[in-house]
Design a protein around this ligand. Structure first.
Ligand SMILES: C[S@@+](CC[C@H](N)C(=O)[O-])C[C@H]1O[C@@H](n2cnc3c(N)ncnc32)[C@H](O)[C@@H]1O
Length: 254
């Protein structure tokens, strides 16, 4: 049901996260195919491509692959490419664009479930574009990804910037917001110039939580980017970026 408000929740189960991304899948497909999501195409995708340039592409897993657009960009470099997502609707739409790509596969379910089913399937690279802050349990996702990776393999991910997203979305001044807490937030999904009526949930986590969880799961941070749009793209945004909106990290599985 449509909601216009940003709301703090105590928790949201993965089944509801799945329903939210199922419901928005067609809208996201249209936004990305028509180039309306400039942060996706001009900021996040280039950051992922750049950070994974030095990675091994033999066996790649896209954690929270959604509609598979990041997979599409990495597909020609990969020998085996697997997309995993909670949202069955997103996967069904993604599959339509890969019908002739025999090296591309999908798993509908959580990465936690997948890691329990496939103890022997080790990957050389994991990608997670804007997935970790939609995951309800960061430790369990990172442990599952670590389990799926070969030693020395990379995890390359982007997230909403833990230090600046609250300011950008305007909930920094809400009385319920505390930077140093994990907070579930339900809000209408928005991209630049477009606030829809469909709701998704993200989890605010302080930066130290991400770094500590990565370390606990067996990852070592190798490279960090706070990507900005190129100057010719900046004008397409409603307001100039004064601070980073996203954080992009490459880690190595130790
Ligand atoms: C913001 S969307 C990003 C989708 C895609 N990576 C992209 O770049 O367009 C986050 C996705 O992560 C998925 N997701 C969240 N937690 C997950 C988990 N534990 N296992 C698998 N997928 C998950 C959601 O279903 C959703 O499709």
């Amino acid at each position: 049901m449509a909601q216009s408000k940003i709301t703090r929740l105590t928790h949201k189960p993965p089944a509801e996260i799945e329903r939210e991304w199922d419901a928005i899948a067609f809208v996201r497909e249209e936004q990305i195919l028509q180039g309306k999501d400039i942060s996706f195409s001009k900021v996040l995708l280039p950051a992922i491509v750049d950070l994974s340039t030095c990675s091994k592409f033999d066996r790649v897993i896209d954690v929270g692959c959604g509609l598979g657009f990041i997979m599409e960009a990495l597909s020609s470099r990969s020998k085996y490419l697997l997309g995993v997502d909670l949202s069955g609707q997103s996967i069904r739409l993604a599959q339509r664009r890969f019908v002739h790509a025999n090296h591309v596969h999908f798993y509908h379910g959580s990465v936690e479930d997948f890691s329990m089913r496939s103890a022997l399937e080790k990957f050389s690279l994991a990608i997670a574009n804007m997935t970790l802050m939609t995951s309800t349990d960061l430790d369990s996702v990172l442990h599952s990804v670590a389990k799926l990776l070969q030693v020395g393999a990379h995890l390359v991910f982007t997230i909403t910037h833990p230090c600046y997203w609250a300011r950008y979305w305007g909930y920094e001044s809400e009385e319920w917001f505390r930077y140093d807490e994990e907070i579930f937030i339900e809000a209408p999904f928005k991209i630049t110039g477009n606030v829809g009526d469909l709701v998704t949930t993200h989890v605010h986590r302080p930066l130290f939580q991400y770094i500590n969880s990565l370390q606990k799961a067996g990852f070592c941070v190798e490279a960090v980017k706070e990507p900005f749009p190129p100057s010719d793209v900046d004008a397409e945004y409603l307001s100039t970026w004064q601070y980073p909106r996203f954080l992009a990290i490459r880690c190595v599985r130790t």
